[in-house]
Design a binder for this molecule. Sequence first.
Ligand code: SAH
Length: 362
Amino acid sequence: MNDRNGQTEQEMRRTPGGKADLKSMLPQELGLYMASVGQPAYRGRQVFRWLSQGVADFEQMSDLPKGLRETLAQTADIGGPRIVRKQVSKRDGTVKYLFGLADGNCVETVVMQYEHGNSVCLSTQAGCHMGCAFCASFEKGDTRNLTTAEILDQVVFAGLDSGLPISNIVLMGSGEPLDNYDNVVQFLRLVSHEQGLHIGMRHISLSTCGLVPRIYDLAALKLQLTLSVSLHAPKDEIRSRIMPVNNKYPLAQLMGACRDYFETTGRRISFEYAMIAGLNDGRDCAQALCGLLRGLPCHINLIPLNHVEGSPLMPSGRETIRRFQQYLQGRGFNATVRRSLGGDIDASCGQLRRKVMAGKKD
Ligand code: SAH
């Protein structure tokens, strides 16, 4: 129980306010924490179960002794997020939350209803500094990583408040998940844990703009999640214009990492391709895309660009998208056009947060 490494490990998990961050801990880490306050390890499992149910007050943990509840209330922080805004789509029932964090920052979370179950789209950072030209999440300055608990809270509280049981997770909200690698991997372990929400890795997708070294790291973990790669262009010259990350990790390196991911995990990769009028939607791009992905088992997700206020980039027309899709399908690729949900409630990345945070600064 006095395992020094274990102690060091859990001491690192602290809330931004400096208290013990129990919600970011796995049952065994909670067990070590309990040992450090003189309690048996099974108390850790009890606390883990309460936290997974969204209990945000130690007083409600009825199977813990009163003295322990008081000690924990002083040394640990399990407060949940505050709902700053909530919008419900009249068209398709999509629910969008803007959650307020302890430090005044906000994050967006969206619950979408599909025939195969309810899916939640999570943010992994407050803001994002990757700088993609088409994205509303980009912000200079005050971007920060979310803690594991802040990522998990989005699933727990969006599920509780909406009353929609969550069966699928997509890490496609604001932020770059692989830029917050350690907290995101810990989140994956927590959310899939059999004593917690128990959402299987096969029901989780992680979307990245292409941080090559971290794709190799993730592959080595051999988790059975789906990797989504935001490709958006099949040529370096175009991709670098809209995604600065491409200057650091150009397509040849990115594709090398994707092939390694498939070979190591056996999981088919999903490529996201936002269709932007006159930029990446021509026959030359369709052809280049086929060349780039040749021989790699994958799925291509064509997304009509969501127009962001003030941006010169516009979505491709319906007919152009259909032609592009047919070109890919004709060459044996699995290409679908993403159905857009929540169009009436600013449900594309970062739009709501951007409006509210801009209002705060005025
Ligand atoms: N940083 C990660 C995850 C967040 S973005 C990534 O880049 O993948 C989630 C997805 O939405 C990405 O594929 C992103 O490129 C796409 N996206 C962002 N803004 C968009 C817009 N205005 N229209 C369509 N897709 C957009």
